[in-house]
Design a protein around this ligand. Structure first.
Ligand SMILES: *[C@@H]1O[C@H](CO)[C@@H](O)[C@H](O)[C@H]1NC(C)=O
Ligand SMILES: *[C@@H]1O[C@H](CO)[C@@H](O)[C@H](O)[C@H]1NC(C)=O
Ligand SMILES: *[C@@H]1O[C@H](CO)[C@@H](O)[C@H](O)[C@H]1NC(C)=O
Length: 370
């Protein structure tokens, strides 16, 4: 079988390795573990409040790794970190904020998640309730809201005056740009809907570029946070309000186990942020943890997970943070206008450290997108 580039498998494998060697930012070495307990999460800035809250909680003996993940993500939900977590941010086309969250236990691999959660602020708390009080993994939409209410969460308005103002600017000031519609009439890149679908010819060579254009998407951040308690037990989780001006009903990578985050306490954990619509097609956190299992260090594991996405979608914005079960950590990123960052604090560290992660660069020869 020929590869998409017409290279032999061996040649492709060789060039693949060359790229890893040539373009790893500084070294292929992961950063040393600061010791347990430890918290590590996507982004610095306001997200450091989450790192600190989760770490300081873990210093208390009665707080588990799962608790720390929930505590950290809740801080971001309440602080509306970057506008990308919690109420009021990332309104959909109808100006409604909906939340996605997931939390996972590294001992049992049990995860609990909510998607498209409406009118409840503490999405990570509801995800924790799904984990503990159901044998399911994922609840969605209004029925997830009902589950939350039944479990004691309060129904609240997630829309703020700031959300409404932003939404009005998008619709009236910006002619509904940017948006996530494609192959519709009228042209979504030129105006607002309602849109009707255009007929597509799936036997045409143009079809693939039409359904999966390599376009940069509007940037959207997320908190994905991993915790290791003082005994080495691991947990991970993600909370986000998704992508601004998404099509109503859209769910991103956040609540998808193996995409937004993933943990196997025997091996390590991963947290992700970026263009969730693209990332969830690759399960990058599942990939990164499996890379650890197969012998890569955390930096290599993250790099490989990012490279798999970049080869198909060179413009994808992604940030992958990986920590192994000992607390060694690393990250890789692609496609950010600025610099991706992650935060960690562990052992006896008296403050959180923020690490900048440059975008990887991939030569044109490895891009398979037409
Ligand atoms: C971080 O936490 C501090 C103390 O609780 C608070 O004053 C500050 O507003 C928080 N920062 C952000 C960006 O939310
Ligand atoms: C929610 O809050 C927004 C902004 O203050 C307001 O316009 C809207 O009417 C509220 N929705 C409900 C159902 O109360
Ligand atoms: C934190 O630790 C560093 C080095 O261990 C030390 O220089 C610094 O003074 C400490 N800061 C605080 C606020 O304790």
């Amino acid at each position: 079988m020929g590869s998409p580039l017409g290279l032999s498998k061996a040649a492709l494998a060789l060039s693949f390795q060359t790229v890893i060697f040539l373009s790893l930012p500084s070294s292929v070495y992961a950063r040393p573990s600061p010791g347990w307990p430890m918290v590590i999460n996507t982004w610095g800035g306001p997200f450091v409040n989450a790192t600190d809250a989760a770490y300081e909680a873990l210093l208390r003996r009665d707080v588990s790794a799962l608790d720390a993940v929930e505590i950290g993500c809740t801080v971001c939900e309440e602080n509306q970190c970057d506008g990308s977590v919690g109420f009021g941010g990332s309104p959909d086309e109808n100006c409604e904020t909906t939340l996605d969250a997931m939390i996972m236990d590294g001992v049992t691999m049990k995860s609990g998640a909510v998607a498209g959660l409406r009118r409840i602020k503490n999405a990570i708390g509801v995800a924790r309730a799904v984990l503990e009080y159901t044998s399911h993994t994922l609840l969605a939409g209004d029925l997830a809201t009902q589950f939350a209410i039944d479990n004691g969460f309060q129904e609240e308005n997630l829309t703020t005056d700031a959300t409404l103002a932003r939404c009005a600017t998008w619709r009236e000031g910006n002619n509904c740009q940017p948006n996530y519609r494609q192959n519709v009439s009228p042209d979504a890149s030129a105006g607002c809907g309602p849109y009707t679908p255009l007929a597509l010819d799936s036997s045409s060579p143009d079809y693939f570029g039409l359904i999966a254009p390599d376009a940069a998407q509007a940037s959207h951040d997320t908190i994905s946070l991993m915790a290791i308690d003082a005994a080495g037990i691991m947990a991970a989780g993600t909370s986000t309000n998704g992508a601004s001006f998404k099509v109503p009903g859209r769910v991103g990578d956040g609540p998808i186990t193996g995409s937004g985050s993933y943990v196997d306490g025997d091996v390590g954990a991963c947290g992700a942020t970026g263009d969730g619509d693209i990332m969830m097609r690759f399960l990058p956190c599942y990939q990164a943890v499996e890379n650890l299992r197969r012998g890569m260090n955390p930096e290599e594991a993250a790099y490989d997970a990012v490279l798999r996405m970049v080869r198909k979608y060179p413009a994808v914005a992604s940030g992958i943070v990986v920590v192994d079960k000992d607390g060694e950590h690393g990250a890789a990123a692609s496609g950010w206008g600025g610099t991706f960052t992650y935060a960690f604090r562990g052992g006896l560290m008296n403050a959180t450290n923020v690490v900048g992660v440059p975008n990887i660069c991939v030569p044109d020869s490895l891009k398979t997108q037409p």
